[in-house]
Design a protein around this ligand. Structure first.
Ligand code: DON
Length: 304
């Protein structure tokens, strides 16, 4: 039997000794107000047991982690036709990089870089009746928690400063890879990124990816094959130009966000979420990556 409780305690000890916690993202001004000393972990075994340390119930801005939910919802609406508008290759570049998009004629490398997530947002704006409230309902339903909500101040803050995302959306539009208005798609995208969730809510929401498409409430929301594909994209593209490093150090599919959250999972075994708001120079949580490396090493569990 693996002593998960003891492993999380050891991670907490290591992290609390760490002096360099990274840097809080400030390019979205509203995110800069978070205390860098926050640290939380929540582990949810597919068999049902849960373990937690630190601020695991405190909500934070999930940012790019939301791209996994939008991809899942888009795939449940149009599935394979998505891949006519986007690729599934790692970009080897930062999440907001633009020149590759121009070189590759407006086809984003994958759905987790910003330009790819903006194409997914365009698909959802076309398919959903009330895009923002339907998306929120979807995340609440897979998590089993109606308290989840957008942070409208964060969405507004990004709308006022998101010049690079406006550039990406306009470039996509110029290549005919955006069907709706730039402003409408970005309004949806900024709200999607502003969702606030705790580590404990994130592990519940990601349960379906570890459980072959069936969420905690035992409802099937994705086919086995769709869950497999989303996990594959998380493994190869979930951490942008640090995807190789994450696979090398941690060895799990996962997704990060500039709010300092990371969710990772071992199919059929567990989901784990970590939150530490200080980022490394690649925009991923510095201590979050370290904690997950320590977790898979001590538990001796990874996909490899
Ligand atoms: O579009 C952006 O820049 C943010 N809303 C999300 C970026 C993000 O979280 C990248 N993740 N590490």
């Amino acid at each position: 039997m693996i002593d998960y409780h003891n492993i999380l305690e050891r991670i907490n000890q290591t992290v609390s000794k760490e002096k360099d916690k990274g840097k809080i993202a400030s390019y979205i001004p509203e995110l800069a107000n978070v205390d860098i000393n926050n640290f939380g972990v929540h582990l949810h075994l597919v068999s049902g047991k849960e373990y937690a340390i630190g601020n695991s119930e405190q909500k934070f801005s999930i940012q790019s982690i939301s791209k996994v939910f939008s991809l899942a919802l888009a795939m449940s609406h149009i599935d394979t036709a998505i891949w006519e508008r986007l690729d599934v290759e790692p970009s080897g570049n930062p999440f907001n990089h633009l020149s590759l998009l121009e070189l590759e004629n407006g086809i984003p490398r994958n759905p987790f870089i910003n330009s790819g997530a903006i194409v997914i947002a365009d698909i959802l704006v076309s398919k959903l009746k009330n895009p923002k409230s339907d998306f929120l309902d979807y995340v609440r339903e897979i998590t089993g928690d109606n308290s989840i909500d957008y942070n409208y101040k964060v969405a507004q803050s990004e709308k006022e400063t998101g010049y690079t995302n406006y550039a990406a959306a306009n470039l996509l539009k110029s290549f005919n890879n955006l069907n709706n208005d730039v402003d409408v798609v970005l309004d949806f995208y900024f709200h999607q990124c502003s969702l606030e969730m705790s580590c404990s809510q994130l592990t519940k929401a990601f349960y379906l990816f570890a459980n072959q498409g069936e969420c905690l409430a035992r409802k099937s929301r994705l086919t086995k094959s769709q869950a497999k594909r989303i996990n594959a994209i998380m493994l190869t593209c979930g951490f942008y130009d640090e995807a190789g490093e994450f696979a090398f150090e941690v060895g799990l599919p996962g997704k990060s966000g500039v709010g300092g959250g990371i969710v990772a999972l071992l199919p059929n075994e567990f989901v784990i979420s970590v939150w530490s708001p200080g980022l490394n120079e690649r925009g991923n949580s510095k201590l979050g990556m370290q904690a997950l490396e320590q977790f898979t090493t001590l538990a001796n569990q990874s996909i490899f």
